[in-house]
Design a protein around this ligand. Sequence first.
Ligand SMILES: [Zn+2]
Length: 357
Amino acid sequence: MTPQTATAKSTTSAADGLRYPIEMPPRPDEAIEIAPGIIWVRLTLPFRLNHVNIYLLADGDGWTVIDTGIGNEATIAAWTTLFDGPLKNFKITRLIVTHAHPDHVGLAGWIAERFGCRLWMSQVEYLQAAYHQHRGSEERRLAMRQFFHRHGMSEDITEALLGRGQDYLKRVSILPASYRRIANGDEISIGTRKFKVITGGGHALDQVMLYCEADNIFLSADQVLSKISPNVSVWAVEPDANALGEYLRSLASLSKILKDDVLVLPGHGVPFYGVKTRIKQLADHHEERCQLISEACADTPKTSAELVPVVFHKHVLDAHQTGFAAGELIAHVNYMLVERRLTQIMSPEGILRFKAV
Ligand SMILES: [Zn+2]
């Protein structure tokens, strides 16, 4: 079986100027050719975000694969079904992993070993993936507890997050022991196409995106997604990080580099046109959250824990989700401190509160 070619059917969301050229994403045993020499497959994830997109790019005699899925038995089974079915006779000759999150890097070791191919990553993301593999020491857990205490979070939330975090980050196969570095501004040839490497922070530390200007195709990884807002969080390892500032800077730069009619191939969701519209929506979404924080801190200083329900008022959050919401909330607070829209006050008990400027 060869991969199906995408149908011409497309949906348009006229109200917001976004267009989705393919109505139905590939089923787990399907591969769709979405542009000449570019195959889209989709792997299942055991989270609320229930899938990750994988792209295979024709590369001479073989194929370059972008990202790998999470490192569990079910994903190995899914890949095996694909390699026995629509991807039969596909030889993977290069693996590019966009960033160190387990749903992207998880099976890097397995794929590199199965095909004897090399792993290409940005240096920071490779080192971050290596760091995650050895995470979980008592010292690191203590740092996380202190971080959340400072932001006024309860023990329950911290424990729930530590529990889930450990489990989540363990879902990776052993990372290949060596890699080839790619960096912002590099140009790499994949088959007949030339791709410019663009990296950006915010969602991950130095996430790799690939842009083929000649064919107007942009592999956006998780930086610009079609329907959901990528997670932008601050954690205990770098408590003062300005992740949101970096993310917004990356979006602004992408908006300058890319043409609005570029075909965007994201890490989750569906391919789409209308990147500048989408970038504006994402930036506006974060600005709305900043405004909610400003209003809530106008009169009385508030902790991050108190601000979570203000910003996430539309959601009912369990302890795990509250932990992740806290990471996102702190990213907004840190950004607003840098932008001088908030000031912080430390209580005698070591709890931070924020006041609008
Ligand atoms: Zn990610």
